[in-house]
Each structure stands twice: as structure tokens, then as C-alpha cells.
Design a protein around this ligand. Structure first.
Ligand SMILES: Nc1ncnc2c1ncn2[C@@H]1O[C@H](COP(=O)(O)OP(=O)(O)OP(=O)(O)O)[C@@H](O)[C@H]1O
Length: 366
């Protein structure tokens, strides 16, 4: 790295980044900047380009176009390729497979990158003790990888990555090999480690719950593009596309396709909103959260008959999924509710739509 770092530079700045593999474009014009200490989550369905983007940040893949800068210093660019190589960008990478050295003890594995970086023995031993304690694995120091569990191996892999004190930590689905309970535990652990190290983190996952609980900033990727970038709560409250609106949030929100009839937007013969909310368009999509759709008839609210599909109790209420033709609608019932699959049940739209989208998927601002 040769350029001087400026005090106000973003920890990570990605500008107009493109990655092509032959004729296929895996990452398309990505622009993201985050300040130091952020926890940036890249989330999206399989094949959307998350890992390719992370590999470019790590210096394992060179961009076709655009630029990546860490603290004001360009580390990769379309013109220059990988300028600071993987070992020289002060970034640590944690994969979903732990890749520990089987012939080295836990302490040996953690000390290895410090040895490679020529840390003196006393500093090395002190740092290994520090990270063993930070990860809560002090008692495993002399064991070999084959003698510890998968969850413990992942802790060792994380300890090994943070030992050299990288200023940027890159995680590629690090929890996907763990069982559900351990994942939740490790999620809070990782957030604690993030706070303790102060490193700027970039975390790849396809799990939106993981994204929403851990992130200070989220980039939702779809088909190589960033659909939306921002704080988790802003993405949840203010989705700019139907993709973001339906990808994030639990239970999933409903998108109801409507068309204009007179001065109303209708679904079937039910008027769901005034035509004015869609700025004179003939077709639109209305976003209703599950809690805005109630099971049963409600006086004054538009309602329709749906076919019951399934029910799941959640925190004293029941999340009910029902079919209206081919459309899945998620609604909430106030107490325990169940029915026979296929049984007709009434659904009521008890609030105005949360957001309005064009038929092509982009948000129509009110
Ligand atoms: N070396 C490569 N050569 C050709 N195509 C590639 C290469 N690496 C990735 N791709 C393609 O680029 C696209 C994005 O892949 P990437 O691994 O970044 O997706 P992802 O979002 O991480 O998916 P997953 O969650 O399944 O890991 C995919 O269509 C993939 O097949």
C-alpha cells in the first residue's frame, strides 16, 4: 500500500465494481462505503454474487472494473488488478470450512499466522493467550483439531484470524456448518468479538435473520446488483424494491398485485387502495405486512376468502398462510388458530398498504 491514509476516509469504499467471468457478469456496478467499525452484511439468494464480492475484498479475485479502497488506499482496481495482495491488506478471512492444520494444537494453529508475520515469541504467546480467552477456548489450547467439536473448531478458526489484529475481518457464511442453536450462540459471540476488536467486518450470508440481527449496514444483493444498501431498520421500514420488501422481514410481507378500476386499486373485486396511490398507473403491487392482514371478517375492512395452507404459533399469536388462487398470503390470528388444509377462511386487510410498488418492482413514493 503506498497512498497515505486520510483520517476521514471510509474504512471500506467500493466504487463502480464489476466482475466478469467470460461473458457472465457476476458483480454489476456495486457502490458501497462504510465507516470504520461497521459490521456490513452482504445478503442475498444463492448465486447473487456475495462470495465473489467478498473474494475481491480479500484480494483473492481481481475486479474487471471499478475500485476497492481500504482507509483511503486503493487495494484493487479494474485497471491495476490486485494492488495490495491478500496477505498485505491487513484483512483476515473466515470461511465456512475451518481449514485448521490437523497436526498442530489449537494454540499452534492460532500462533501460526503470527509466526509467519515474524512476531517475537513472547508477544506471540501473549497474543495467543488473549485470543484464546476472548473466544472462551482457553482449556482447549493443547488439543488437536480432531479432538474438538465443529463449533469449537470454528472458534479456533476465528481466533486464528483475529490474532494478527487485522483492521478488516471478512466472513464467508462462517456459521452455516453449525446447528441452529449453536448458530444463534455464535452470532452473539461474533458481535461481541466485533465490538472487542473494533475491526470493520464484512459478513456474507443468505440468511436474512442473521443479516438483520448482526449488521450495522446491509447490502441486499440480487443478480450481481445491490438492490438496496442501508441500516437494517431503514431497509425493513423503507424497502425500495419488491425484492427487498419480500426478502427481508419475518414473517414475510405480502405483495398483492392490483389493477385500476375507476378510482380504486382492486384485487379480484376487493378495493384495497385509492388509485391515486399508484400515480395514475393501471397496475401496481401493494405491500401488506402479515400483521396488517387478519384472519376472520373485520367490520369495515376489505376481505376475501382464501384456502388455508398452514399455521405456526408465534409469541401467543398464530402466523397463518393461505392461498388465494396461486398467491400465498401470510396473515396473523390473535390467538391459537388452525384449520384443515384447503378449508376456506376469510382474510381481512385491516390497514392501508405499507408501501406501493410499480408492476416492474420499483417503489412508488407517496
Ligand atoms: N470462477 C468462476 N467462474 C465462472 N463463474 C463463476 C465463478 N465464480 C462464481 N461464478 C458465478 O458467479 C455467480 C455468483 O457466484 P457467487 O459464488 O459470488 O454467489 P453467492 O451469492 O456467494 O452464492 P452462494 O450463496 O450459493 O455461495 C454464480 O452464478 C457463479 O456461478
Amino acid at each position: 500500500m503506498n497512498a497515505l491514509a486520510t483520517g476521514t476516509a471510509d474504512a471500506i469504499k467500493i466504487r463502480s465494481l464489476v466482475k466478469r467471468f467470460g461473458a457472465f457478469t457476476a458483480v454489476k456496478d456495486v457502490n458501497i462505503s462504510v465507516p470504520a467499525g461497521s459490521f456490513l452484511v452482504l445478503v442475498g439468494p444463492s448465486g447473487c454474487g456475495k462470495s465473489t464480492l467478498l473474494r475481491m475484498l480479500a484480494g483473492l479475485e481481481s475486479p474487471s472494473e471499478g475500485e476497492i479502497a481500504f482507509v483511503g488506499q486503493t487495494v484493487s482496481s479494474g485497471a491495476g488488478g490486485v494492488i495490495a495482495d491478500a496477505g498485505k491488506r491487513n484483512a483476515g478471512l473466515v470461511f465456512q470450512s475451518y481449514a485448521l492444520w490437523p497436526h498442530m494444537t489449537v494454540a499452534g494453529n492460532i500462533a501460526w499466522p503470527l509466526k509467519v508475520a515474524r512476531w517475537p515469541r513472547d508477544k506471540r504467546e501473549q497474543r495467543v493467550r488473549e485470543v484464546l480467552s476472548l473466544l472462551g477456548i482457553d482449556t482447549l489450547a493443547e488439543r488437536y483439531p480432531a479432538e474438538i467439536s465443529g463449533g469449537q473448531q470454528q472458534r479456533v478458526a476465528i481466533a486464528r484470524t483475529i490474532a494478527p489484529q487485522p483492521s478488516i475481518l471478512l466472513f464467508d457464511e462462517p456459521l452455516s456448518n453449525l446447528d441452529a442453536k449453536l448458530r444463534i450462540e455464535m452470532r452473539s459471540e461474533l458481535m461481541r468479538i466485533h465490538r472487542a476488536t473494533g475491526a470493520t467486518s464484512v459478513y456474507v450470508t443468505h440468511d436474512q435473520v442473521e443479516a438483520m440481527t448482526m449488521a450495522t449496514h446491509v447490502a441486499v444483493l440480487n443478480n450481481g446488483r445491490v438492490e438496496q444498501f442501508g441500516k437494517p431498520i431503514d431497509l425493513l421500514r423503507n424497502p425500495q424494491t419488491t425484492f427487498v420488501a419480500t426478502f427481508l422481514g419475518t414473517p414475510p410481507a405480502n405483495l398483492i398485485p392490483v389493477h385500476r378500476a375507476g378510482d380504486g386499486l382492486v384485487f379480484g373485486d376487493m378495493v384495497l387502495a385509492p388509485a391515486s396511490v399508484a400515480a395514475g398507473r393501471d397496475d401496481a403491487q401493494l405491500l401488506f405486512r402479515a400483521e396488517d392482514v387478519s384472519v376472520g371478517a373485520v367490520a369495515g375492512a376489505p376481505s376475501l376468502m382464501a384456502r388455508f395452507a398452514e399455521a405456526a404459533p408465534i409469541a401467543g399469536r398464530t402466523m397463518v398462510t393461505a392461498m388465494v388462487g396461486d398467491l400465498r398470503v401470510t396473515a396473523m390470528a390473535d390467538s391459537y388458530f388452525t384449520a384443515t388444509p384447503g378449508e376456506p377462511i376469510p382474510l381481512s386487510f385491516i390497514r392501508t398498504p405499507d408501501a406501493v410498488f410499480a408492476a416492474t418492482g420499483e417503489r412508488i413514493q407517496q
